[in-house]
Design a protein. Sequence first.
Length: 142
Amino acid sequence: MNFRKFNKTYFIRIDKDEEIISSLKTFCEQNNIKVGSIKGIGAAKKAIIGLFDPVKKEYYSTHLEGDFEITSMLGNITTMDDKVYLHIHINLADKEHKTYGGHLNKALVSATCEIVLEVLDGKLERYFDKEIGLNLLDFSKE
């Protein structure tokens, strides 16, 4: 991984064979980033994406292997229990231009992944909502 900072925006390159989520989480921890937004493009060779079922309150995971373009990756950075919390969704396209999308659990870069990470001032925590079954943004705290 390599990066360059411009004011409060980082351009990050995640390299071949690096895992996206763990790399970004470590980057945020090392740079004390508590809140921000992420967008990215690139290529992946393995990914685990999820879909949340709000009735059953559980995630269904799909494991993908092959050559995929990351056509869109969007998400945010917050904290939960004062630890970095990433919430990222991804859209992947295969060689037939068939797309797969969902919550990004894990992805291994095949060539490169280019991320734009915008840092915001402040902090935004999450809490687990039992009724919904998800970790929601908590706007009650400053």
